[in-house]
Design a protein around this ligand. Structure first.
Ligand SMILES: NC(=O)c1ccc[n+]([C@@H]2O[C@H](COP(=O)([O-])OP(=O)(O)OC[C@H]3O[C@@H](n4cnc5c(N)ncnc54)[C@H](OP(=O)(O)O)[C@@H]3O)[C@@H](O)[C@H]2O)c1
Length: 269
């Protein structure tokens, strides 16, 4: 049984714990926590019925995996010094901190230590969505995968792509929520009730994804099938073509990617 220690028991750490427990990747006795806020530890211990009685240094010494869930602006150097004092050099560090590179993590946690850099998405409760994952040369992926896959599908990336992944994939569900809201409003504007419009939008969204999956066709091919000459659909699409829809969406993604690279201090790929 692997022991998993979380340093920084915030929102993302909790989301990972909840998903990993739900999917059976870890049990309550395998999880230990550290946070500067003792109240937060008590809350999560209670909420997830965590049973380990190890104190902080014992938990670090026993840990096979140490998840670093603090924020980029927190004292990562101090966290690393504390961890290195008690943890086994073989314990794998799993950093979820946006923008902190493997090189920097290696300098802080040890250049021969197995280190994983991952950016989880916020769909952890659903089983959908990708986490971007990068391993350093010392990681043995196989025993780690069930844990990583318990809170998202795993997309292994070259590290140069991880900031792009953060801006595009992790921020990406925003566009889906925004699209659903805008399209539902369009139904209401046309005269449907909000519940009627909402049902139609959800069903079209899920059905559209299913059509793409089952047919294997490109979206443009499905649009061709959906639109007869001079018909209703192509007239509607003409208005969308005249709008800023595609370019606006693409500018928004590029801006999110640019902001990620600004925050991490890296250069865009
Ligand atoms: N949220 C997302 O969508 C998302 C997605 C991918 C990656 N991430 C990354 O996940 C990390 C955590 O984000 P979050 O949203 O979970 O933030 P959060 O809720 O603020 O969690 C961070 C936690 O770490 C604690 N902490 C700060 N310094 C500490 C220290 N020295 N030792 C122990 N605990 C410490 C904080 O306590 P205090 O609040 O008392 O300071 C807080 O409980 C960030 O690095 C972020 O880049 C987030």
């Amino acid at each position: 049984m692997s022991q998993i220690h979380f340093v920084g028991a915030g929102q993302m750490a909790e989301a990972i714990i909840r998903a990993a427990q739900k999917r059976g990747a870890v049990s309550a006795s395998q999880i230990t926590l550290a946070d500067i806020d003792d109240g937060r530890i008590a809350t999560l211990r209670d909420r997830y019925q965590l049973t380990s009685a190890l104190n902080d240094s014992e938990a670090l010494a026993a840990a096979d995996y140490i998840v670093i869930g603090v924020r980029p602006q927190d004292d990562i150097d101090g966290v690393a010094r504390h961890i290195c004092q008690y943890a086994s050099p073989q314990a794998t560090v799993i950093s979820i901190i946006a923008g902190v590179t493997l090189e920097r993590l290696g300098a802080q946690f040890g250049t021969t230590r197995p280190i994983v850099r991952t950016i989880p998405n916020t769909l952890t409760d659903t089983g959908f969505g990708y986490s971007g994952v990068v391993f350093n040369a010392h990681v043995k992926p196989e025993p780690l995968m069930p844990f990583l896959e318990s809170f998202g599908k795993v997309m292994l990336l070259e590290e140069r792509l991880i900031d792009i992944f953060t801006g595009f994939a992790v921020a990406g569900v925003n566009y889906v929520y925004y699209f659903i809201e805008s399209l539902t409003d369009a139904g209401v504007l046309s005269g449907l009730s909000r519940p009627q419009a909402s049902k139609v939008v959800w069903e079209n969204l899920i059905g559209g994804v299913e059509m793409l999956k089952t047919s294997g066709l490109h979206p443009r091919q499905l649009m061709d099938i959906n639109n007869s000459p001079a018909g209703v659909g192509i007239n509607g699409l003409y208005e969308l073509n005249n709008s800023d829809f595609a370019a606006g969406l693409q500018r928004s993604v590029m801006t999110a990617v640019r902001r990620t690279t600004e925050l991490s201090g890296s250069k865009p790929a």
